[in-house]
Design a protein around this ligand. Structure first.
Ligand SMILES: [Zn+2]
Length: 338
């Protein structure tokens, strides 16, 4: 089968790899219907996240179950399924509390930029759709596998509630998805921080009412102006840098909430600031598995199109071009067709 190997920073190749096989009785093998490149794939691609040997990359997928291990009971061959980038048992105390991304058996899913994928803990990880979706639904469903689920968690962790003024820091696919999540959760005013016209347009389409093009302290000043000096009720932080986290916290009103889903790179927190502002923080890898059933229903109900974040579609064989396009910011997110 065709798969993708990241050999060293900047050296990503589409290659012929062995077909995946069932290794544990809880595994399933999926034939990929669509996959994509994540902003977080760019960290190792750019050499910022170190790795010692070539690895099969990619963690977003939708597809058809081809084979299941002896102990798998909730999905069966022929079903169209979506799963998170974290495999989880969905039965341990953390999973039952809604934190499948903190599962006792947590297993990262990788090797998904490929024609077939082995998914561990299939019963806990995979969620079947009501039927086999049409091709035009694939982008919306694929987005649930990571970016939309992560954006949803950012908004939930921020405490977005009806009537809120919500700020979204970050205009990548996750940030844009957080705008959509804030809208769905009832935010009245959604201020998106974005400097790129194409991303601003999608943010508006997803429900942003205001765009702030400034960054850092200037962005905070603009948010203060837009909120009559008060600050926002809820903030979704979707970047992971020290500047973006500071912007998020400083944009909050007293007792506001910050949901942070950008993987932290060099973030330093001031406990004194948190004490003075009563700001609440919750972050981490998103428990996408918890949201999948409800998000799948929203896609099937229509008028919910998280797949709009895909602005380029390429054949899987052109994966290197997909990474270049995202690295050079010519694309927000690239969908790959196996
Ligand atoms: Zn668990």
């Amino acid at each position: 089968m065709r798969g993708t190997i990241l050999h060293s920073p900047g050296d990503i190749r589409s290659e012929t790899l062995p077909d995946p096989a069932i290794l544990a009785p809880t595994d399933a093998i999926i034939e990929t219907s669509a996959t994509c490149v994540c902003g977080s794939d760019l960290w190792p691609y750019r050499g910022i996240n170190k790795f010692s040997e070539p690895w099969a990359i990619g963690h977003e997928y939708v597809g058809i179950v081809r084979e299941v291990g002896a102990e798998v009971t909730t999905v069966k061959p022929g079903q169209f399924v979506i799963g998170s980038f974290f495999a989880s048992d969905n039965t341990c105390p953390h999973c039952r509390a809604g934190y499948q991304s903190g599962c006792e058996q947590l297993t990262p899913v990788t090797g998904c930029q490929a024609q077939a994928i082995r998914i561990p803990l299939a019963d806990g990880t995979l969620v079947p759709t009501p039927d086999t979706p049409t091709d035009d639904m694939l982008p919306d469903l694929l987005a649930l596998s990571d970016v939309m689920g992560t954006g949803w968690y950012a908004a939930r962790a921020a405490g977005v509630a009806p009537g809120h003024t919500t700020v979204v820091v970050g205009d990548g696919a996750v940030g844009l998805s957080a705008v959509l999540a804030a809208r769905e959760l009832g935010a009245e005013r959604i201020i998106a921080l974005s400097r790129h016209a194409d991303r601003q347009a999608i943010a508006r389409e997803f429900g942003a009412t205001d765009i702030v093009a400034e960054r850092g302290a200037e962005a905070v000043e603009r948010v203060r102006e837009l909120t009559h000096g008060v600050g926002a009720d809820s903030i979704a932080e979707c970047v992971g840098t020290d500047e973006s986290m500071t912007t998020a916290i400083d944009s909050a009103r007293q007792g506001g909430g910050v949901g942070f889903v950008g993987v932290p790179h060099g973030v330093k927190l001031s406990i004194g600031t948190l004490f003075r502002t009563h700001v609440r923080l919750q972050g981490g890898g998103a428990p996408v598995r918890d949201y999948l059933p409800a998000l799948i229903s929203r896609v099937y109900d229509g008028d919910f199109h998280p797949g709009r974040v895909f602005d380029l579609t390429l054949p899987l064989a052109d994966v290197a071009a997909a990474y270049r396009a995202m690295d050079e910011r010519r694309a927000i997110k690239v969908l790959l067709v196996p």
